[in-house]
Design a protein around this ligand. Structure first.
Ligand code: PMP
Length: 290
């Protein structure tokens, strides 16, 4: 059992409840963040809080607290749960309202913070690589619901995830409506060809992954690599030497198979292993909280 911070107070997880009239539940109207705690340090906490407030602003949701207040709430929730290594889920919903869509009839946002232990992909998957598929369903276009908004409306991703689960794998690569590579249901994607690392640009319609940014700006340069952000076609992914995914839960994980296609040698490549090891070293030794 854990303690949940819910609308201003700590409650036991089994007592943490929101109304059936909450628009987060009725309409997926809200936003969220998933954040890691490594060795009592909250990885990229400020970046996650900033993205959370940007998501809230994009949907015109006012959480009723400042970014600094929320930072203290998150830190306090980690402290009271004694969770030196774990996963934080931060959620704003539009709050309780009527059965109509109008978000402005919900006077007060619901805010909660959950801190739990983290469920990771199995170790073998980091050694041997992960199998994924290419989802038939495209990523929702940015002019409809911009994927950079980490909203509670994840059905586009969930339906692609169902395609993955039906195919017996855990992740699905999603293309955008132009047929270009965008991202996976809960991870960003990178490819390596002839020692050059590339990843789709923000304009491909993706979440601005915080792990993605850390890998581009810190992890890869430390190892002497620069990463290109450019439009990527599916054929390039299928003919890449290495493919890897990044995400808060996944960290850096190599991909060995995409549908019926084998990636490179069918094993996790050398550069992916280097990036994965360097990422782990940095977050476990002294995770930056900026
Ligand atoms: N894309 C999507 C759709 C996601 O939900 C996530 C987060 N799980 C990511 C990418 C990875 O982002 P981050 O590195 O910030 O966790």
């Amino acid at each position: 059992m854990s303690k949940i911070w819910l609308n201003g107070e700590f409650v036991e997880s089994e007592d943490a409840q929101v109304s059936v009239f909450d628009h987060g539940l009725l309409y997926g109207d809200g936003c969220f963040e998933g954040i890691r705690v490594y060795n009592n340090r909250i990885f990229k906490l400020r970046s996650h809080l900033k993205r959370m407030f940007e998501s809230a602003q994009a949907i015109r949701l006012q959480p009723g607290c400042s970014i600094d207040e929320l930072e203290e709430i998150v830190r306090e929730t980690v402290r009271v749960n004694n969770q030196s290594d774990g996963y934080i889920r931060l959620v704003f919903t539009r709050g309780k309202g009527t059965l109509g869509l109008n978000p402005f009839l919900c006077p007060t946002a619901t805010v909660f913070v959950i801190v739990e232990s983290i469920k990771l992909y199995p170790d073998e998957m980091y050694e041997d690589g992960m199998s994924i598929i290419v989802a038939e369903r495209p990523r929702v276009p940015a002019h409809c619901l911009d994927p950079k908004v980490k909203s509670l409306n994840y059905l586009n991703n969930i339906l692609a995830k169902i395609e993955a689960v039906d195919a017996g794998v855990l992740e699905a690569l999603m293309l955008n409506c132009e047929g270009e590579v965008s991202e996976c249901t809960g991870d960003n994607i990178f490819i390596i060809k002839d020692n050059t690392i590339s990843t789709p640009p923000i304009s491909a319609g993706i979440l601005h992954g915080i792990t993605r940014k850390f890998v581009i700006e810190k992890v890869a340069p430390e190892l002497g690599y620069t990463i290109e952000e450019r439009t990527i076609q599916l054929s390039e992914v299928l003919s890449a030497d290495e493919v890897f995914l990044t995400g808060t839960a996944a960290e850096v994980i190599g991909v060995s198979h995409i549908g019926d296609d084998v990636v490179g040698s069918g094993k996790v490549g050398t550069i992916t292993h280097q990036l994965e090891a360097e990422f782990r070293r940095r977050v476990r030794e002294n995770a930056p909280e900026d």
